[in-house]
Design a protein around this ligand. Structure first.
Ligand code: DX5
Ligand code: ZN
Length: 229
């Protein structure tokens, strides 16, 4: 199976207007977003709270590309079917969220979704060595999860290591946190193909000035592609 390794920009709607998700999603897609990144936080695994499966289900009809749902919740397994029902295309769980990530990834695929595994900055690449055939995406956190707008933590060494471990398996490497036109080339050059960006996409724009989103997306993509061999 071949995998699309072109750079994909996935705006995080954590930085969108929370009273206007439908129009915000439509605006970023019209302005060139490849995927839509949806950050689910439970106030327990991370110190912030966003939305649950019912809200995600309401986003679904607005998303024409790929709905990429990042669960920052613990426990995960009891909610997998709800996010499948909500229409997630990719469902990503944190390896730190519980003792049975192997089972979690199996359950996500069994529910008909692509299975992602996310690694906090303190978690080494080796932790996914036995999960590579069970996962469709590895999300390398470049901030400690919980909030948008944090400073990028350099994880390029981890990305390079994962790229090697993955070999020719059809597994995406996603970067989440502090991605902007300055940091995007570093992670793209190291081997990432999905770049999540919240504040760097939404800053300065709105649904009434969506061309700002388009320009922000273009700046990140151009910066990343400039260093993409
Ligand atoms: C952080 C979230 C990210 C966040 C990224 O916990 O998982 O997706 O929205 O936001 P920025 O791009 O502003 O760092
Ligand atoms: Zn995220």
């Amino acid at each position: 199976m071949s995998l699309d390794r072109k750079i994909k920009i996935a705006p995080s709607i954590l930085s969108a207007d929370f009273a206007n998700f439908g129009q915000e999603i439509q605006a970023i897609e019209a302005q060139g977003a490849d995927w839509v990144h949806v950050d689910v936080m439970d106030g327990h695994f991370v110190p912030n709270l966003t939305f649950g499966p019912q809200a995600v289900k309401a986003f679904r009809p607005h998303v024409k590309t790929v709905m990429d749902v990042h669960l920052m919740i613990s426990p995960v397994d009891s909610y997998i079917d709800a996010y499948g029902d909500a229409g997630a295309d990719v469902l990503t769980a944190h390896i730190e969220a519980g003792p049975h990530i192997h089972r979690t990834l199996q359950a996500i695929r069994a529910a008909g979704m692509k299975a992602g595994v996310a690694l906090n900055p303190g978690t080494p690449a080796e932790s996914v060595a036995h999960l590579l055939d069970l996962t469709d995406l590895i999300c390398v956190m470049t901030v400690n999860p919980g909030f948008g707008g944090q400073k990028f933590i350099d994880m390029t060494g981890k990305v390079r290591q994962l790229r090697q471990m993955i070999g020719d398996r059809p597994v995406h490497i996603e970067i989440d946190g502090g991605v902007d036109p300055k940091t995007a080339p570093l992670v793209a050059e190291a081997g990432a193909d999905v770049l999540v960006a919240g504040s760097a996409v939404f800053k300065g724009g709105s649904v009434t000035t969506p061309e700002v989103y388009g320009e922000n997306i273009r700046l990140i993509r151009d910066a990343a592609q400039g260093h993409w061999a």
